[in-house]
Design a protein around this ligand. Structure first.
Ligand code: F6P
Length: 319
């Protein structure tokens, strides 16, 4: 059997561990395994190469993805999908592992509908995929953000300032809520919870009245930009306010042990499922077990109860 692996969408630490596991597990079971470079865009351009063990040597600790990644508009067309199927058939590839976020899952689902056996692994720092407690890269990104919050807190304390820190999360507040809780933020702004800007100001002011010398506010990019929130605070208060946008710093860096282990488990299980003839499935981690769901299930919007709980706790503990 010939199978392939690709990474797609925004890169995430731990993707390399996933690629490595797919390649090693496939070779262990005497399958031929191919790498598709630059995601769906590269697939349509036949940027495909057979991989050997040496291609995945010493990559488990590296951030980014050795297969490169891309976001593809062309693949969304019937023509693009037909081209991708032709390329896979030309190489005799029967099964494909796609590591990426929800956009990549939609692409993988299309290939499944065209008769290619496809398995998806959740790879995005946003943690916004249904059917998994953690996506690959989220843990590493959280560690990066928490370290940044700690550093900013030092200088915020010295200068008795208010700091707004903008973190990633286009449509999801997972990074902001988790790091707000873990970083001891005074206020968190996320798309899942509506809180008026005035309530936020009121809470920061109350903190100052109680003797707090500085404040840290974490905002998810999808809920309000750091600049916008910073401007609002400056307009409404006389707090000395600064804004930090963490940006793509959050996407890089050596994966945490958690992401390396998760990538390894997911990648290996994906190969087993392809060998069992499965297709149209997305893997996840639920209650520390690798779980399997249909693509139809995971591309639906994720429930936000957990994030609301984290938010509530972070606010309660910020007094
Ligand atoms: O999907 C992951 C993510 O990092 C989002 O948090 C962010 O909004 C987006 O990708 C940025 O994408 P790009 O790197 O294409 O600018």
């Amino acid at each position: 059997m010939k199978i392939a692996v690709m990474t797609s969408g925004g890169d995430a630490p731990g993707m390399n561990a996933g690629v490595r596991a797919v390649v090693k597990k496939a070779i262990f079971h005497k399958l031929d395994v191919f790498g598709i470079y630059r995601g769906f865009e590269g697939l349509m351009e036949d940027d495909v190469r057979q991989l050997e063990l040496k291609d995945v040597g010493s990559i488990i600790h590296r951030g980014g993805t050795v297969l490169y990644s891309a976001r593809s508009e062309r693949f969304k067309t019937e023509e693009g999908q037909a081209r991708a199927v032709d390329v896979l058939k030309k190489h005799g590839i029967e099964g494909l592992v796609v590591i990426g976020g929800d956009g990549s899952y939609r692409g993988a689902q299309k290939l499944h509908e065209h008769g290619i056996k496809t398995i998806g692994l959740p790879g995005t720092i946003d943690n916004d995929i249904r059917g998994t407690d953690y996506t690959l890269g989220f843990d590493t990104a959280m560690n990066t953000v928490i370290k940044a919050i700690d550093n900013i807190r030092d200088t915020a304390t010295s200068h008795e300032r208010t700091y707004v820190i903008e973190v990633m999360g286009r449509d999801a507040g997972d990074i902001a809520a988790s790091c707000g809780l873990g970083g001891g933020a005074e206020s968190i702004i996320i798309p899942e919870v509506e809180e008026s800007r005035d309530d936020m100001i009121k809470r920061i002011q109350e903190g100052f009245q109680r003797g707090k010398k500085h404040s840290i506010i974490i905002t998810a990019e999808g809920a309000g930009s750091g600049d916008e929130i910073g401007k609002y605070i400056k307009e409404k208060t006389d707090f000395d306010t600064r804004v930090t946008i963490l940006g793509h710093v959050q996407r890089g860096g050596s994966p945490s042990s958690f992401d390396r282990i998760l990538g390894s488990r997911l990648g290996a299980r994906a190969v087993e499922l392809l060998m069992e003839g499965e297709s149209g499935k997305a893997l996840g981690l639920e209650s520390n077990r690798i779980s399997v769901h249909d693509f139809d299930y995971v591309v639906e919007e994720k429930e936000d109860d957990n994030i609301k709980e984290l938010y509530k706790l972070a606010i309660e503990l910020s007094i």
